[in-house]
Each structure stands twice: as C-alpha cells, then as structure tokens.
Write a protein that binds this ligand. Sequence first.
Ligand code: GAP
Length: 518
Amino acid sequence: MSQPVDLFKKLTAHCKEYGFIYQSSEIYDGLSAVYDYGPYGVLLKNNIKEYWWKSMVQMHENIVGLDAAIFMHPLTWKASGHVDAFNDPLVDNKDSKRRYRADQLIEGAIEKFQEKAEKEVEKAKKRFGDSFDEKLYRETNPRVVEYLKKATDTNDRMNEALRNGDMAGLGALIAELEIADPDTGSRNWTDVRMFNLMFNTQLGNIAGEEGKLYLRPETAQGIFVNFLNVQKTTRQKLPFGIAQIGKAFRNEIVARQFIFRMREFEQMEMQFFIKPGTQQEWYDYWKQARLKWHLALGTDAGKLRFHDHENLAHYADAAVDIQFEFPFGFRELEGIHSRTDFDLSEHQKLSNKKLQYFDPESNENYVPYVIETSIGCDRMFLAMMGNALVEEAVGENSDGEGNTRDVLKLHPALSPLKFAVMPLKRNEQGLVTKAKHIFNELKLHFPGLYDDTGSIGKLYRRQDAVGTPFCITVDFDTLENDTVTIRERDSMAQQRVSISALEGMIRKEVDMSRLFKG
Ligand code: GAP
C-alpha cells in the first residue's frame, strides 16, 4: 500500500466490507462520529479489552477491577473540574457554517511550516548527494531556519494563549496566519469561544439545574469516588490500583478520522494510588510498563513514541502521551498522567467525606497521589487494524485466484477468529461430515468458522482479510488417515498434521499468556 491517505481510505472500506465497523444508524444517513462494531469488530475489540484487563488485573496482585455506572452525581463533575474547565476553543466559519477547533486549525498551519522546511531539506539532499551535511543545512539555510522559526513561534504563542484561556489571542493567530476553512477556503471567521464537551441530560423527576446529569466524559471519576469502598473491601495497601473499562462521551467539535475521535467511545483506565512524593518513580514505571504492553503485540518500536504534554490538564503535574503512527501521522494513543491528589481532594471538599488512607507504616492519614494510565479502546482498535492491514503480491493460486491478497496480520491473540475449517469439496458428504466434526471439536476451545461456500483459494483469501491465523482443509486423505492440511496466515506455509495435534498447535500461537511472559 503506497500512500498513507490511500491506506486510510482502504482501511475504513475494509472495516466495513468485512464486518468490523459500520457507521451508526447508516440507513438514516448515519450519525456523525458514532460507530457500531460488527461481528468481527466486536471479537477484536473484546480481545483488546481482555489483553488490557488481564495485563492489569490478573497480572498485578495490587490492581483490582471496577465497573462503575455511567451516570454519576452531578457534583462529581464540578469537583473534577469538568464543568468549568473541560472546554475546547471553537471557531465557526460564517460562510460555510462549519465549526472547527481553533487550536487544530493553528496546528495545521504549524505542520505546513514544518513540511515546507522538510521539502527544502529533501531538495538539498538530492542536489548535494553524499556530501550533504543535513545538520549544518538545517541550522544555516535561511529558508529552512525561517520556516522552523515560524513553526516554533506559532506553537509557543498558541500554547500561551491556551494556557491563559486567551481566546482573542487564538483568533488573532488565525487571522495573522491567514488560515482558511480547509473545506471551502473562506477566511470569514467568528470570534473564538470556549465550548464544554460534556453531553447532558435530565433526571426524570427533578426539573432545572439540580436534575442535570452528565454522560461521563472519562471513566476515571467512577474510580475516584469509589476509592475508599474498594480500598476497605479489598484491604489493599498503597500502592494499589483500580482498573476499569467503560464507555465515555464527549461532544467533540471536530470528529473526523473515523474511530480516532468519536462522540461515544470506550476507555480502559487505571488509577494507581501512591504515597505522595513517590509520583516520579511510579510515573516512570507506568510509562515503561505501558510501552512494553504495546510492544509485546509485535508493533514496530518505530511506530510508537512518547510525547510530553506542553499544556497540562487542570489535574496533572506531569503528563505524557504514547503516540502511534496512524496512517495520518503520529497521534495520541494513550495518556499517562500524574494526577497528584487533585481529584480525591476536590471530592473530599465537595462531598464533605474523608477520602484518606491510613498508612500503617508511618502511622499517618493522607490523601494519596495518583498515576493514571488511560487508553481509548477504539483508538487501539484503529492502531491495530492500521498496523495489520497489508496488501501483498502473491502468485496466482491453483484456483486461479488473483495475484494480490489483503491480509490482516494481527497478533494471533487478538485475531477475531482463531481457525477456519473447510472441506476440499462441498458436495462430498464424507468430507463435509468430517470437517464439521473437526470444527465442532475445536469450537469448544477457540472462536472459529466452518465454511464451504467457495473454492479453497477464495476461502483462504476471505480468512486472510479478517486475520484468521489458521485454515484447516479436509481432503480425501483425511478420511484415510485422520490428517489435515493446516495453513498459516502470514507465511501461507502449509503442513500436514494429525487432527489430534490441531488444538495444541493453535493454542500455542493464540494463547494470551504468551504476551505476558518475559
Ligand atoms: N482520564 C483521562 C483522560 O480521559 P484523555 O487523554 O482525555 O484522558 C484518554 O483520554 C484516552 O482516551 C486517549 O488517549 C484516547 O485514546 C481516548 N480518547 C479520548 N477522546 C477520545 C475520542 N473522542 N474518541 C476516541 N478515543 C478518545
């Protein structure tokens, strides 16, 4: 697959064609930034969640699980700061009537300056060949220096305006940089305004502000308000963590790029409660632990990087993103935040209930500090699909099937199906009965499929496209000696094995415990 943009288009089309993701309410022309997971999508998503859950809860004696409700007392969101500070700066184009995030428009302009500088460097590289000193060129070529300076200055000014809540400053930058509506080219902008991202609804029997409920914008607050319940009922000692997977909702202004930025999405969050003063040590620990979690799936290390936050959220004293190289560039996949004692302290104040820990070692009570790891399940799904989908040249097969294949090279532990069984000929009753028997035995252990709806070549391609690691073919020799052909997805290598060996062979590759060893 050549161009990243093509890859992204291909990826979204593939997700629909093979039953991974559908637009929500498609028959009514869809609901923007809301998606449904199809039969293969839900299996892959569940595997991602299982991998995360096991790595947190099963693999750590000091991390326990929780499933808190989506609705919470409205004061929760006052205490957490979301009512007052969970805002994005938005700007409307008066001609196109489209709404944008002001900071994202400015970031687009910064990227353009950087691209211009890179183009100059590339041109010079070609012109000077082996004698080219790239470092010197970047530091001394007037055009490159000017573009990079413009990028840095704009970034600094934008960050300062964001930090100070200076909406007029952001508007001034948009005007100065002559930023146009990306869709229509119009520069006719409104003032920049703050926009709260929480959805709200009304409790049935209470009118007005008092009955105002929010759909949670993060799962974390359900953990904070249950901190003492969990600590007391599980008798955990610090440091310990609470993990949760659940839906979150944000009224995103710019909700594009498929499932990257959705209005309803799922988070996998873990709050790790620690003694104040130890936050740097645990922040470093979780940074490395989370990176390892990603790498264990076989993701190329070059596709993952840390990115420190320049503008810290209202609750954090340090924050870093694990960014992944999506088809549209490096973007946030996961956040690791040092949240201090902000949340527990604020909940103490508003609820008038103590949320403190008695430390038996130091004989003192204190509000614990928190390190949070937070990853979007849907974003992880997009990262894994983008990483796995490959178009490969292959020789024409014996059934005359085409000479390329789309193959989803997912880690077998994440693959929606683990095996497919197919009879060589669907009209031969003996083969069909045997193949169904093998399928019925294997489905006791793994999700799989029996398929006799096409030629073997066609069935292989279909399983490649949904990432099934093993295809098992039943032929006439099977009836003689209880052996089958097993074909491995990535190498397409085939081997003859006895039926009794199948379960062990598949288990060895798909078992999630492989990901935790080492
Ligand atoms: N509790 C901290 C928190 O919510 P965040 O950085 O706003 O922090 C954490 O979100 C993760 O949730 C992100 O790294 C991303 O993977 C995911 N996420 C956030 N907003 C999202 C959206 N609109 N659509 C899909 N995933 C989103």
